[in-house]
Design a protein around this ligand. Structure first.
Ligand code: UDP
Length: 588
């Protein structure tokens, strides 16, 4: 439905300068000439009132006016933001509010081109799409109807890539795709090298789907079979270690492909009777069934720190009571988003209605640690990560349970894992996901997702050609508090990004204000694993490595990710591609 009229006296949101630019460019509604006809206040009221209005369809629904004001306050205090499509499309004609979709790709011309078309519809509405290409017959396999030979997954992916290039997402951003291929598909070697040339498949992230069987073969230095999916025949066998090493080498060279652990993802599939999970959304944090969609939202942890000095590793300064209340409000918000959203395909509407997945996660984690004076690369920080996420998941599930008593459980509940283990009933088949929050974190003015800061001060490339410069506010404040602040120092930090080697600064500052590049790579993974332990879906995280990192480092990281129970891992070695989204240095 449409937004409620703007009530009198609604406070104007306080925007940081970057947020102002981003909102105007991408989020405010615009007329035919590209001129915005809504203010940020109208935007957040539109979202708050449309999401709150869903209460009307439930007997035990809350008062929509009061709830809309609560939602408005929740967002404009930068405590929580829903994923970008919700901000862009709530209350609009398009009305598509979810960021994450997975589409099946069947082994037929019709199936492949249906998927291309469906992806275009989703991109137009601001969503990102994930595909598994594992069902396609390999290149050079026979095509019965024509007597010719098949092109294979990588060749067809180029069509998806080109189609994506031409469809701007709702006029705001270009579509993003994930391609997953199982490690036992006969074209896996071609897939692993598919992005070795710069700009090839640039609208895709690639991940190889690793199986338990493959990991065991790597461990025991055995061969494993490549199986043609259309007839189940073994085409060839490969040495697992050689494939693993190739994966490592390509990731070292270009960051692609990443890896996902498919069996592990399916072990946590809450509704196996509805099908197997073959793919995730573009950034990897949301495994979904074919035709399933999910909306995400992120809490800004930097807003939950009480003043004072910690005596027990930070937990005493987390505002748990406020966090509890906020999580409950957010779950209600995200469950309403499911009802408020219109999906581009009937099949998707039906799947979403069965599982009602939502993904509540966090951003501002590095900001929280800075305020608590805990170094990101420390045991205490990892322990606090587990405490915080364990709490959020427990409260999110309790909120979902509460909603189930008011509104009924998700329809696939009875045959789900929860139903069989008598754990529910829940309103949502999943409640937690940690998203990258690439643009949300700019709007909220916080650090992104659970990432450490890339640099204490940096220049950011956004929207193709614009750049924004910013220093972390907690860092700046700490410098002022210790009397170390000077303009010259800030310029120096903007050039290098880090204060690690600045001997003249207090030791404690240099230890606390670490950046992604300052720490041993394994800390990235320890943190990812800590959040994953208490996340239903997955955790978006890039293990950022310095340029000097070796292939051995990446091999260790992949193996450790497997041992620590991660659902996948992505590495990125600084400088391995010419264009980076985030960069240090004034000149870039
Ligand atoms: N996404 C997309 N296109 C983009 C950025 C994101 O389709 O340019 C989708 C994709 O599914 C991704 C998800 O949105 O995994 C969440 O990304 P992020 O948290 O960075 O999005 P935000 O809500 O901050 O824009």
């Amino acid at each position: 439905g449409p937004a409620l009229p703007l009530p009198d006296g609604l406070p104007e949101p306080e925007l940081n300068p970057n947020a102002e630019v981003v909102l105007e460019r991408r989020y405010l509604r615009k007329d035919g000439h590209g001129t915005p006809y809504e203010s940020p206040r109208e935007l957040f009221w539109r979202v708050a009132s449309v999401v709150a209005a869903q209460e009307q369809q439930y007997e035990q629904g809350r008062n929509p006016d009061e709830l809309a004001r609560q939602f408005y306050e929740l967002m404009t205090s930068w405590t929580f933001l829903p994923n970008s499509p919700t901000l862009m499309n709530a209350g609009t004609e398009l009305g598509q509010l979810a960021a994450c979709f997975v589409l099946p790709v069947e082994d037929s011309m019709e199936g492949i081109f249906d998927a291309v078309k469906n992806a275009a519809m989703i991109h137009k509405s601001g969503g990102g799409t994930g595909f598994a290409f594992s069902r396609l017959r390999p290149s050079n396999a026979c095509v019965g109807s024509t007597g010719g030979v098949a092109s294979g997954p990588v060749s067809f992916m180029k069509i998806f890539n080109t189609a994506t290039e031409q469809v701007k997402q709702g006029g705001t951003r270009r579509g993003a795709n994930m391609a997953i291929l199982r490690v036992d598909h006969p074209d896996v070697l071609q897939f692993i090298s598919a992005k070795e040339r710069e700009n090839e498949l640039n609208n895709f992230n690639l991940s190889v789907g690793l199986t338990e069987r493959f990991m065991r073969a790597v461990e025991q230095d055995e061969e494993y079979a490549l199986i043609a999916p259309h007839n189940g025949k073994t085409v060839q066998t490969l040495k697992a270690r050689e494939v693993f090493n190739l994966l490592v080498r390509k990731a070292w060279e270009s960051g692609d492909p990443g890896i996902v652990f498919l069996d592990r993802i399916n072990r946590d599939n809450p509704t196996p009777e509805l099908g197997e999970i073959e793919s995730t959304n573009p950034c990897g944090e949301q495994p979904l069934l074919p035709f399933e969609a999910c909306n995400l939202g992120s809490l800004n942890l930097g807003r939950f720190v009480l003043p004072g000095e910690t005596a027990n590793g930070g937990a005493d300064l987390v505002d748990w009571e406020r966090l509890r209340e906020t999580v409950h409000l957010c779950v209600r918000f995200l469950d309403n988003v499911i009802d408020a959203s219109r999906y581009p395909l009937q099949r998707i509407t039906e799947m979403v209605a069965k599982t009602r997945k939502i993904g509540l996660g966090v951003m501002g984690w590095a900001d929280m640690l800075y305020q608590l004076r805990l170094p990101y690369d420390s045991r205490r920080a990892v322990e606090l990560a587990e405490k915080v996420m364990e709490f959020i998941r427990a409260e999110a599930r309790s909120a979902s349970k509460q909603l189930a008593t008011e509104r009924g459980p998700f329809p696939a509940y009875d045959n789900s894992l929860f139903g069989k283990q008598n754990l529910g009933p829940y309103r949502n088949a999943t409640t937690t996901t940690v998203a990258p929050t690439g643009t949300l974190s700019i709007i909220a003015g916080c650090s992104s997702g659970v990432e450490p800061l890339f640099a204490l001060s940096f220049t950011r490339n956004v929207m193709d050609n614009d750049t924004l410069t910013e220093a972390n506010p907690y860092f700046e404040q700490a410098l002022r508090d210790t009397g170390a602040y000077s303009e010259q120092l800030m310029r120096e930090v903007a050039r290098t990004g880090t204060i690690r080697d600045m001997d003249h600064l207090p030791e404690e500052l240099r230890r606390v204000f670490v950046t992604a590049m300052d720490m041993e790579p394994l800390w990235h993974l320890n943190m990812q694993a800590a959040f994953q332990k208490y996340t239903d879906n997955a955790v978006s995280k890039t293990v950022n490595l310095p340029n000097e990192a070796t292939q051995d480092h990446i091999r260790d990281i992949y193996w450790k990710a497997y041992e620590l129970g991660c659902k996948g891992v992505t590495v990125y070695r600084s400088g391995c591609k010419s264009v980076q989204v985030l960069c240090t240095g004034e000149k870039q």
